[in-house]
Design a protein around this ligand. Structure first.
Ligand code: NAI
Length: 466
């Protein structure tokens, strides 16, 4: 017997799930949102939001300690209180969590706390401490997200060997922090703890940091982050680990030689894996792909009619905004509308300082795909606003189709690149060309003029470049 009847039951309340629930409610569907942990999922509780709170606090500390004097600002005895910093982060998370609850319920959705398990295509069981609830439903959306990947020889212990879940909440600053993986999580949290005083060593298997970006952006990023005190070992494979007293000693292979890296804590940031277990998928006959993800078609439908999946648990970049877009689209599909996601134009950002942002394909990917491209770039050291604001580290690169001039990609290393990339996303969403970007008037003086200059550079007619 069912306790409740719904049109849609969403399992998982991260940016994919809660947005799907809101959009489904807006479209008049009776919607339930089931969450076993905290509302908002990884992004809000242990990912995007708390890391950005810490990045911002530590950027301000870095400014006070290292940069203020360049502006004639005299600050003496600058120090920080880690527990206050962490407390502020928690307040930010709590505020937004209440926001999610308010939004979902005000739009008409019902939230159930407990583990959602699919019993059959029209029944979800919510397992709670004091018993089970049965929800009958016409449609199910699985939005159960992802969890950090563990290295087989370096299991997480939550103390010395940690994932990002713990590295956003250390209660003291580790003297030495080793980070395995030089992508978004490794670089962001490596930056946070380096600014707080840790000696941070980042080990990356591939030959460059932020490896999905083009070489010129990666090289410049590495130079900038080294100046900020981070140490990098690229083209280095961690092969083993041992605990020696209070320390962990990592063994790694670099250029055919064995090196060792000693640390108080090791942050493993080598990717995330889909959360596809424990949701009852086997009971309805949904088979996973070779990476444990739920296969779906272009309309987010799994192999079982009435069951859909979105976000990190399906293929594609594990990004909150990709999941959100899929959440909107899947609700629209269920409501009989034409929900759609443009996967060619999803921005990606690493929130270091400067930030590294991109949209579309890199020059390297264009070469791999056999697409002839023209590129233009502009260095921030020639941008008036960047000089005035003391944020000259970085560059913008524009990648355009050599035949049609259509914008294929933009990569930015700049303070505020996460905001700058939005203009490139819009140009690309509307099918814009490098010429369109080059002829768009940008306010002066702004760092965004570097985008226009890079676009002009595609045809070698940059005004402020040599
Ligand atoms: P990632 O998959 O983006 O990068 C992992 C890095 O670790 C790669 O550069 C890889 O070459 C390296 N690696 C893998 N195994 C290694 C080994 N044994 N030794 C040394 N290096 C190794 O993973 P990351 O940074 O953990 O992020 C996980 C997911 O979360 C990604 O999909 C990412 O996009 C997403 N995320 C996004 C953020 C953002 O948008 N700012 C922030 C945090 C996470």
């Amino acid at each position: 017997m069912s306790d409740h009847n719904f049109d849609v039951v969403v399992i998982g309340s991260g940016p994919g799930g809660y947005v799907a629930a809101i959009r489904a409610s807006q479209l008049g569907l009776k919607t339930a949102l089931v969450e076993k942990g905290n509302l908002g999922g990884t992004c809000l509780n242990v990912g995007c939001i708390p890391s950005k709170a810490l990045l911002h606090s530590t950027e301000m500390l870095h400014f006070a300690e290292k940069k203020a004097k360049n502006h004639g600002i005299k600050l003496e005895g600058v120090s920080f209180d880690l527990s206050t910093m962490m407390g502020r982060k928690t307040t930010v998370v709590e505020t937004l969590k209440q926001g999610v609850q308010m939004l979902v319920t005000k739009k008409g959705g019902t939230i159930f706390q407990g583990l959602g398990v699919i019993q059959n295509p029209d029944t979800v069981i919510v397992k709670q401490d004091d018993g089970d609830l049965t929800l009958s439903t016409k449609n199910i959306i699985i939005a159960t997200g992802s969890t950090p990947i563990e290295l087989p020889f370096l299991p997480y212990d939550g103390e010395k060997v940690v994932s990002s879940d713990q590295a956003i909440a250390f209660d003291s600053v580790p003297e030495e922090l080793a980070v395995i993986g030089a992508s978004a999580i490794g670089l962001e949290l490596g930056s946070v703890w380096a600014r707080l005083g840790s000696k941070v060593t980042v080990i990356e298997y591939l030959p460059k940091i932020a490896p999905t970006f083009d070489d010129d952006i990666c090289k410049l990023s590495e130079r900038v982050f080294k100046r900020q005190g981070l140490t990098f070992h690229t083209a280095t494979r961690v092969t083993g680990a041992e605990t020696a007293g209070e320390k962990v000693v990592l063994t790694a292979e670099k250029n055919g030689k064995e090196i060792t890296i000693e640390a108080d804590k090791v942050l493993v940031a080598v990717g995330r894996k889909a959360n596809s277990e424990g949701t009852g998928l086997d009971s309805v006959g949904i088979e996973l792909d070779d990476r444990g993800r739920i296969p779906i078609d272009a309309h987010f439908k799994t192999s079982v009619p009435g069951i859909y999946a979105i976000g990190d648990v399906v293929a594609g970049p594990m990004l909150a905004h990709k999941a959100e877009e899929e959440g909107v689209a899947v609700a629209e599909v269920i409501a009989g509308k034409a929900g759609h996601v443009n996967y060619d134009v999803i921005p990606g950002v690493i929130y270091t300082d400067p930030e590294i942002a991109s949209v579309g394909i890199s020059e390297q990917q264009a070469v791999e795909q056999g697409i002839a491209v023209k590129t233009g770039s502009f260095n921030l050291s020639a941008n008036g606003r960047a000089i005035a604001s003391d944020i000259t580290e970085g560059m913008v690169k524009v990648i355009a189709d050599a035949k049609t001039d259509r914008l294929l990609g933009v990569q930015i290393l700049a303070h505020g690149a996460s905001e700058l990339i939005a203009a490139a996303v819009t140009h690309m969403e509307y099918g814009g060309s490098a010429e369109d970007l080059a002829r768009t008037i940008h306010a002066h003086p702004t760092v965004s003029e570097s985008m226009k200059e890079a676009a002009l550079g595609v045809d070698g007619r940059g005004i402020h470049s040599i």
